[in-house]
Structures are given as C-alpha cells and as structure tokens.
Design a protein around this ligand. Structure first.
Ligand SMILES: Nc1ncnc2c1ncn2[C@@H]1O[C@H](COP(=O)(O)OP(=O)(O)OP(=O)(O)O)[C@@H](O)[C@H]1O
Length: 591
C-alpha cells in the first residue's frame, strides 16, 4: 500500500527531479554547516585560552591570541551567514517544487472529475470533492517537501554527527544513541492510532464542507422554513466532531513528542554524567565536552523532528490517498473512436431493447424500443418519475444502458467520441443553468469561437436580446452582477439562445413547468419553436400545445412505453394518454 502510494507520489516528483537534486545538495551543505557551528567555541576553549593547545593548521600558526580569536569569531559569523542564506534558498526550492506538484495533482484531479460520469457524481457529496481538490491535494507537498526532506536532512545530520562523535569518544556516542531503540518502539506503538486519527480528521472535515455546500445551495428553503437555528446546530455538531478528531490527532502527536523528549532527557543526562567524569579524569578536554553536549542537543533535534513530522506524514498520507482514490476510479464511460461527418448527424435515433437502472435490481427503464426519424418532433409524456429524463439522458451518454443500445444514424452512441457525440445534441434542460460569466460567454458556451453577430442573432431568436442590451455593458455584462440578475424565464431564454447558437441537428428539450407568467411562457415557447425547425427533437412535454404539435407522442409509465402515436390517434381510443390528457392537460385546454 505504502509502496504503491510512494510510486504514485514519485510520479508527480519526476518532472522536478533536477530541482529535487538541487534541494538534496542544499540539505547536505546545510547539515555540513550545522555540524561546523559548535567548532568555533571548542577552538576558543581548547586552543585560544591561556595554556591551550596550538592549532594544528599551518596558516594560523603565526597569529597572536587576539588575532586568532578575531579570526575564529569571523569564521563563526561566516558559518551562520552562509547557513542563513542557504536556508532561505532551500526553503524557496522546496516550496516551489511542492507547490508545482500540488498544482499538477489538482489539475489531474479536476480534469479526471470532469470526465467521470453523472452516475459517479450523483453518488458523491460535492463538499467532499471540494475538500479533496482544495485541501487534500496539499498533502502531496506535505508528504514530500515537509516530511521527506526534513527526514532526509535529519538522517544526513545524524550520520555526519555520528562520524565526528565516534572519533572523539566511541563510548559516549553509543550511550547517546542507546535511546534510539526506545524511540522506535514508541513510534511503532503510536503508528496505528495516529493513522486512524488522521483519517477521521480528514473525513470529519469533509463532512463539514459537504454540509456547508449543501446548505448554502439550499439557503432559500432553509430561510423559507425558518430552519436557520436547526441547521446551525447541525453545523456546530459536525464542526465539533471535526474539532474533536483534530484534537485527538494533536493529542497523540503531543504524547509522542512528550515521550521522545523524556527519552532524550534521560539520554542527555547519562551522557553528560559520563563525559563530566571523563573531563575530571583528564580523558576529555572541556572543549570536547562542550562540542559533545551541543551535538547531543542537536542529536535529539533531528530525532524529534522525525517524530514530529511523523504525525504530519500520517495526515498527509491519508490526504494523498483520498486524492488517488478518485484518480484511480476508472472512467466508467469508455469513449469510442468514431466521429460524425462535418455536416453533422442526420438525426435518426433508435432505442433498441434498452433497459437501465440507477441502482441494482430497481429498473428505471424496461425494454424500451423507440424509433425517432430524422427531423421528427417527439413529445415524451408520462407521470412524474416515469423515466422521461432518464430516457433522453441515454442519448448524450450521461448514463449507459445496462441492456440494449441507443443508436444515432444506425451507430451505437458508445462507438463515438464523446465530444463529437455531444456536439450533435443541443440541450435545454431544467433548471436552466447560467454561469457567472458575461452574456456573450454564456450564450457561446458551446461554441466559444462564435462571432458576436452570431451570438446576437441567437439572442434575438430566443427573445433575450432586448434585455441584454438594456444592461450596463450589454453582451459583456456579467450575469448576476450589476442589475443583471435574471428571473427563471430569462435564464430559460438564455439557455435557449445557447442551444440555438450550437446549431446541433438533435435537440433535447425539457419544457419549463415552473410557474412563469403566461406572457413569458409564450415568449419561451416561441423561442423553442424557432429552435426545433428541421431538427430531430425530443421534448419532455408538459404543455398541451406542444403535445398537439408533436409528430408523435410517447407515453411512458413506470419505465415502459405504454403507448405511441399522434395526438389524434391517441385521443381516438380509450388510451392511457387520454386519461393522462384529462388529468394533466385538461386544465390547460380549458384556459
Ligand atoms: N441519479 C439517480 N439515482 C437514482 N435514482 C434516480 C436518479 N435519477 C432518477 N432516479 C429515479 O429514476 C426514476 C425516473 O426518474 P426520471 O427523472 O427519469 O423521471 P421523470 O419521468 O423525468 O420525472 P419528472 O417528470 O418528475 O422529472 C425515478 O423513480 C427517480 O427517483
């Protein structure tokens, strides 16, 4: 598991391998300077003070005591100066590698999410996905730059120090290192609970995200039902859970650091005691004792930092796992290779023995056989939940049927490239989705290269042009800003303009059922009528006039086609449609 995760993470590091090598070189240099830091003090104590040993280096031999002291102090400043500048550079290098990795991972995740089917998105909580993109992706930076590099640095430092210490006094070195087994036992004991706490912390945080996302998008309902206090309580409960999970993680990390500090203190006391005795016995110089104790303080630092980064590693590991979990989901809509000719599809559509279910053993569509000729206008009617939206969703492959096939011009839609397939289908769906972009960008969403004149003529046909030019910046006004807040009917007309501009040979229309006023509805219907001329059109029909005008009417009930025919044919018999007509459409008819 860890190995697979490491391999996947390394794939994101690969493009920055040269920069990473530079970072490693910086780590080695930084630690060499770190190891040099206590030496000036040792030299002053052992060699500069009265009665001290002469320095072993030739070029320093001619210097007076004062000059030597000055030289050592300059050396000290230089070591710190170099160390400081290199540290800055090193931070910059690691942060820039980490951020680029986050950027790449985010890009991949976002692009992958956009290609996963609606079946996947229906199952997912939006807030959870947001959390994975916005927060979990940072884990790859934590995992590589904020944990791997410090651990590498600690290891380099420990090895360097070991080499120097062992030459000065092997016994003391082994005493100092004797704490390591105790530390590793602590590490392995706390491994599992820290990992569990890290996972829970991520999960609870994403629950909070999901709750916020759901409630903000349902604010109108919450306010209408005055549920603010109740929703606030739910939010606080989720937030408290998240806080508790985070605190559990911090507690475990603190416990771990505490144990490390205790073990370190015992080790230090042991070493100082033995070393002081050696100085008294004349076996060790005072300068060496100083060097040893300052190394000793630094020896526990890297071990401490390994332990502290350990908690973070667990947290980051879970984050990265959550990102790869999504990236590993196979695209459930494998693409075909065929494309439509440049002039577009002819538009003959067939549902050939199609059955479909959203959930296993709960069929939504059963044995659908339906043929729609090119250029035909078909109204799909039926009680709510009959499967009307599902039936048309199979055409642009929002879902694929489990049984049977849907064809356009005789070819299974699964054989086409998705882009080419969806370019053939204009859709005006409910509710109308409008982006916070300019009017022009909204209308040209499917054809961003369209000329302004084309956008304007689509807007005129959809009867939205007058409204657009009355806004402060006309077609450049951003929808939702400065007086460009749109009503439901206006949004609908904007989406009709979008479909007109796309100029696709097949149309899927979900008629508005929301209570737009009669005048707006007439305008919308006029826009739709213009749109449907000469195109194969599937209309989920709610209006009597649409049903009447359709070339053919398909009556769907409980996922099955129960009747099909023209309005006159269906009305002439004692049909299900006649019953539906009486309940659903009669009121409109009487108007
Ligand atoms: N994403 C989904 N996951 C599970 N079940 C779903 C999903 N979407 C729809 N359904 C179920 O499938 C059935 C058919 O739904 P569909 O939206 O196709 O009906 P409809 O005829 O268009 O209804 P309406 O007229 O109310 O829009 C319903 O029982 C619905 O609950």
């Amino acid at each position: 598991m860890i190995i697979i995760l490491a391999r996947k993470t390394l794939r994101y590091l690969l493009p920055y391998r040269f920069l990473f090598l530079v970072a490693i070189a910086q780590v080695i240099l930084l630690n060499a300077l770190e190891l040099l830091k206590p030496w000036p003090l040792k030299l002053i104590i052992d060699n500069v003070q009265v009665g001290g040993q002469p320095l072993p280096w030739e070029f320093l031999k001619g210097l007076s005591r004062e000059q030597l002291l000055l030289a050592i102090c300059i050396g000290l400043v230089l070591i710190y100066l170099l160390w400081g500048s290199l540290s800055l550079l090193h931070n910059y290098t690691t942060i820039s590698i980490g951020q680029r990795m986050v950027n790449d991972l985010r890009g991949d995740l976002y692009s992958h999410l956009q290609r996963l089917s609606l079946a996947f998105h229906n199952r997912q909580q939006v807030g959870d996905l947001l959390y994975r993109i916005a927060t979990d992706t940072y884990a790859i930076q934590s995992l590589t730059m904020n944990t791997a590099i410090p651990i590498l640095s600690a290891v380099v430092f420990l090895v360097g120090m070991f080499v120097i210490m062992v030459q000065l006094d092997p016994l003391l070195t082994f005493l100092a290192l004797s704490v390591c087994p105790a530390l590793f036992i602590t590490l392995s004991l706390l491994n599992r609970p820290i990992n569990k706490a890290a996972t829970q912390s991520h999960q609870q945080e994403s629950v909070v995200y999901s709750l916020v996302q759901r409630n903000i998008s349902a604010m109108r309902i919450i306010q209408a039902f005055t549920k603010e206090d109740e929703e606030h309580n739910k939010f606080m409960a989720a937030s408290r859970e998240s806080l508790a999970a985070r605190l559990r993680l911090y507690n475990l990390q603190s416990l771990y650091s505490g144990v490390v500090s205790l073990v370190s203190a015992v080790g230090t006391a042991l070493v100082v005691w033995v070393a002081a005795n050696q100085v008294l016995a004349g076996e060790l110089t005072v300068g060496e004792l100083v060097l040893f104790t300052s190394y000793l303080a630094s020896l526990y630092d890297p071990i401490n930092s390994i332990s502290q980064t350990y908690g973070m590693t667990q947290w980051a590991q879970v984050g990265v796992m959550r990102v790869f979990e999504i990236l590993d989901i196979e695209r459930d809509l494998p693409e075909g290779t065929k494309t439509f000719p440049r002039v577009g599809a002819k538009g003959e559509i067939v549902w050939d023995s199609v059955s479909f279910d959203y959930l296993p053993n709960q069929p939504t569509l059963k044995h659908i056989n339906l043929r729609v000729r090119a250029g035909e206008k078909v109204a799909i009617v039926g009680p709510t939940g009959a499967g009307k939206s599902t039936l048309v969703s199979l055409l642009p492959r929002f879902y694929d049927p489990q049984v049977g096939r849907v064809t356009i011009d005789g070819v299974d839609v699964r054989e086409f490239q998705l882009k080419s397939l969806r370019r053939q289908i204009g859709m005006v769906l409910q509710p109308p989705i409008v982006f916070p972009l300019s009017f022009r960008e909204n209308i040209a969403y499917g054809r961003p290269d369209a000329a302004l004149s084309e956008v304007v003529s689509a807007a005129r046909l959809a009867r939205i042009h007058d409204l657009i030019v009355s806004t402060p910046e006309g077609y450049d006004t951003v929808v939702g800003e400065r007086g460009a807040t749109l009503s439901e009917g206006e949004r609908q007309r904007l989406t009709i303009a979008r479909a007109i501009l796309l100029d696709a040979p097949i149309l899927i229309l979900d008629e508005p059922t929301s209570s737009v006023d009669a005048e707006t509805e007439a305008l919308i219907m006029e826009g739709l009528d213009r749109l449907t001329v000469g195109r194969t059109t599937l209309i989920i029909a709610h209006r009597l006039s649409t049903v009447r005008q359709a070339d053919s009417i398909v009556v769907l009930r409980a996922g099955q086609i129960v009747e099909q025919g023209t309005f006159a044919e269906l009305m002439s018999q004692k049909s299900a449609f006649a019953a539906l007509y009486r309940t659903q459409f009669s009121l409109q008819g009487e108007k």
